[in-house]
Design a protein around this ligand. Structure first.
Ligand code: C2O
Ligand code: CU
Ligand code: CU
Length: 465
């Protein structure tokens, strides 16, 4: 117990990544940012989109000359971007060549429970799973990742994750940067720990079980401290915190402002001017950075606190004239008075004991029963305060639904959280009220998106009937 207390004390004072020295310092800044491929729709008709994904084992050279064992979708690490349109029916054939059971969960998609890819939708080795669903929500940047019980942390860590872009009339009409790989870039942030010989083992020490896995090296789209050449104009970044547990505090050097235009579930009503943005595990933020006042060759760093993550090198004149719009879209407010129920979710405990409302995940137990097409308020509180309670933030996430945040500790949420949210970072001692309408039947998960907490059992099931 004494060790535990000392451990908690130190881990709260010194960020874990400072304990470790990175073997990659010498390679920093040498690799170009990789831009994931857009996955080809195999069906020529405009109503049905068909995609093939293969979860496979591979190796990748994160550093030149050293091969690291990885998992990937259709490649060596991470996966392609699945770009779909609102209204379209999507069929995905997912082949599992991992040699172990996996699932593929569509994080942020509103869809029936049996298509959701949670722990119930196991895909055995060499099997193919073929979910089909219709896209019935606004333009957004979502993602997909495995979700097998107790193994989500390990499989995501090895490289299984990819992005889903939903486009709709709003996103197509808006005069925003939207040329993929030219002025519209995905940035997937993940932290990893490498051994001297270049392996990336997912070995959890006591601190990792407590606080979630913290790496010493940040990968962006699978590269260590990469660079990206950007046009001398406005550029959109769709940022996903794809880390197992790390919370980022993102900002830029040389410019103190950018605009957030979208949160997890889609566009905000208006761009929010920020000088930094916090992103908990699984959260997304789309931001626009204006590089037009920089000289050719100038370097701007993306930083997490005081750590450089990657650099933007300003290249040529951008011909496209994009102005940041005053308003983007309108989000229909879900009226609190329309809520039938208020449900409470208390996140508490630590280490292997992390739980929600005193319970740990049991696949045979349904924790919450809901009626289809009802609106509910979910009150999520984080009781893990103080040193003995763990004192850490838990990112709450629920499947198959998008929320609107009503209150954080009784106050209106910040402007960049006044859009759709599927993942909500809840600080120690904080209570967040969120509202949602549950439009699909089935069994869905709610859990902490610190994957080590999820795997320890900080997860429950709700059934919509
Ligand atoms: Cu991003 Cu239950 O998952
Ligand atoms: Cu999810
Ligand atoms: Cu947690």
């Amino acid at each position: 117990l004494l060790l535990l207390v000392i451990g908690i004390f130190f881990s709260n004072v010194i960020p874990a990544r400072r304990w470790l020295s990175s073997i990659f310092l010498s390679s920093k800044g040498e690799t170009a940012l990789l831009i994931p491929q857009i996955l080809e729709d195999q069906n020529p008709s405009s109503e049905l989109a068909e995609y093939n994904l293969t979860a496979q084992r591979s190796t990748k050279e994160f550093i030149k000359g050293i091969k690291t064992e990885t998992y990937g979708y259709n490649g060596d690490y991470l996966g392609p971007v699945i770009r779909v349109k609102k209204g379209e029916t999507v069929s995905i054939k997912l082949k599992n060549l991992l040699g172990e059971t996996t699932t593929v969960h569509w994080h942020g998609l509103e869809l029936p429970g049996d298509m959701d890819g949670g722990p119930h939708n196991g895909i055995q080795p060499n099997e193919t799973w073929n979910p089909q669903f219709t896209i019935n929500q606004s333009a957004a940047t979502l993602w997909f990742h495995p979700h097998p019980i107790h193994k989500t942390g390990a499989q995501v860590y090895k490289g299984l994750a990819g992005l889903i872009y939903i486009e709709d009339e709003v996103s197509q009409k808006l005069n925003l940067p939207k040329d993929y790989g030219q002025n519209d870039f995905p940035l997937i942030l993940q932290d990893r720990r490498f051994t001297k010989d270049g392996r990336m083992p997912y070995d959890l020490g006591m601190m990792d079980v407590m606080h979630g896995f913290q790496g010493d090296t940040v990968l962006i789209n699978g590269a260590v401290n990469p660079f990206l050449e950007v046009p001398q104009g406005k550029v959109r970044f769709r940022i996903l915190n794809g880390s197992n547990a790390r919370i980022y505090n993102l900002h830029l050097t040389k410019t103190s402002e950018f605009w957030q235009i979208a949160s997890d579930g889609g566009f905000l009503e208006a761009p929010v001017r920020l000088n930094q943005v916090d992103l908990g595990p699984a959260e997304r933020a789309e931001i626009i950075v204006d590089f037009s006042n920089f000289k050719t060759g100038e370097v701007i760093q993306l930083q997490d606190r005081d750590e450089n993550l990657m650099k933007f090198i300003v290249k040529d004149k951008s011909t496209k004239n994009v102005t940041i719009p005053k308003s983007i879209t309108s989000i229909p407010k879900i009226e609190p008075s329309s809520a039938k129920t208020t449900r409470k979710f208390v996140f508490q405990g630590m280490g292997h004991m992390v739980n929600i409302n005193g319970k740990q995940m049991d696949p045979r137990r349904i924790d919450e029963e809901l009626k289809i097409n009802t609106t509910e308020i979910w009150e999520i509180s984080n009781a893990s305060t103080g040193m003995m309670g763990g004192g850490m933030a838990h990112p709450f996430h629920a499947h198959g639904v998008q929320f609107q945040i009503l209150e954080r500790n009784g106050k209106e949420p910040p402007k960049n959280e006044r859009g759709w949210k599927d993942t909500i970072l809840v600080q120690p001692g904080e209570t967040v009220k969120a509202i949602a309408t549950f439009k699909y039947k089935g069994i869905f998960m709610y859990h902490c998106h610190i994957l080590e907490h999820e795997d320890s059992g900080m997860m429950g099931q709700f059934q919509v009937k």
